[in-house]
Design a protein around this ligand. Structure first.
Ligand code: PBG
Length: 326
């Protein structure tokens, strides 16, 4: 058998290529920091910035210019408290930002909102803490999550993406949205989310690292998944699909290709993967040290997500990839 004869000629090689990355696959994360004027580069994520409340609009305009179809917004409020009040306020940072983005850009780009509390709480955990249980109080967090979803929807968010790994959150959000006139707003669930060291740089970017206390550890292991488990990973996504999630997600992506493939084979829902902060930072570090070619490495990784089964990719490389895709 001569398998190589279709690789000798570039045109023929193109004819048999199975998977493509396109600009339709890319979602760019955008960090908005209350009170900031201008932009702050995130030390552990070269090329990625926290933006002020005016400047993040320029970043979105650039994404539109490059043909990117969606951004996902993360907010860093000035005032943090135990239950993340700013996230529940119709005049809060994310509500204001979504309104400003919709006003400026209309339907030129989809505005997705990350729904979580870790950036808004003083303890940095993803919901209300229950000191007795030494974890996040699931039921109490569901209640305020519905409130947060309504704040996002009223402000004009095109899609809501809960990332806190609370049990039953998709059912709770779907029913809350439906009852309040938002049955047309889709939910992209961070359905399979592992407790991962790859989130380290994001916690610098979003200023959301969990604080160690007598009640909870300095990690999210009491609610995010064990990286060693694949059956549970599939179960998490299936449950969210059954609760009404419109899009499922696997996060992180690079070390979890087997999970991406498995979830894809077991659902007919669209699948998103989150190419997280630490994955970006490793590639950037290799580039900055001259160890690997940034562009080819990035395109290889992003195309591999497509091969594994991703329909869309949240990635900090979105702008760089869109530039290459032209
Ligand atoms: C919030 C959230 C996190 C990320 C996205 N949403 C952090 C976390 O769970 O600690 C991580 C994204 C990244 O690392 O790029 N819950």
């Amino acid at each position: 058998m001569n398998l190589r004869r279709l690789r000798l000629n570039g045109n023929l090689r193109d004819l048999v290529r199975e998977n493509y990355l396109t600009k339709n696959d890319l979602i760019m994360p955008v960090f908005i920091k209350e009170g900031l004027e201008g932009k702050n580069e995130i030390k552990s994520m070269p090329g990625i910035y926290q933006y002020g409340e005016k400047e993040f609009l320029d970043e979105i305009a650039e994404c539109i210019e490059l043909g990117i179809k969606a951004v996902i917004l993360f907010g860093i409020p000035k005032l943090k408290d135990s239950c993340g009040s700013d996230a529940l306020d119709e005049e809060g940072l994310i509500a204001r930002s979504v309104r400003a983005a919709k006003e400026a850009f209309g339907d030129k780009i989809a505005i997705i909102t990350d729904l979580c509390f870790c950036e808004f709480t003083d303890h940095g955990h993803c919901g209300i803490i229950n000191p007795k249980l030494k974890t996040v109080d699931n039921a109490a967090t569901l209640e305020i999550s519905v409130k947060q979803a309504l704040v996002h929807a009223k402000a004009g968010a095109d899609m809501i993406a809960p990332s806190g790994m609370m049990d039953g959150i998709i059912k709770a959000l779907r029913s809350g949205l439906d009852k309040n006139g938002f049955s047309h707003i889709p939910i992209m669930s961070y359905s399979t989310k592992f407790a991962s060291a790859f989130y380290g740089p994001f916690r610098d970017a979003a200023e959301s690292a969990p604080v160690e206390s007598e009640y909870l550890p300095k990690n999210r292991k009491t609610y995010q998944m064990d990286i060693a488990n694949s059956r549970e990973a599939l179960l998490e996504s299936i449950i969210d699909e059954n609760e009404g999630a419109d899009i499922l997600m696997v996060k992180p992506a690079l070390a979890f290709m087997d999970i991406i493939k498995e979830v894809k084979q077991n659902t007919l829902k669209p699948l998103c993967v989150y190419n997280v902060s630490g994955e970006y930072s490793m590639v950037k570090a290799a580039e900055m040290n001259g160890w690997m070619n940034y562009e080819t490495l990035m395109m290889e990784i992003l195309t591999s997500f497509k091969r594994a089964g991703a329909d869309m990719i949240i990635t900090y490389h979105s702008k760089d990839a869109a530039r290459i895709l032209g």
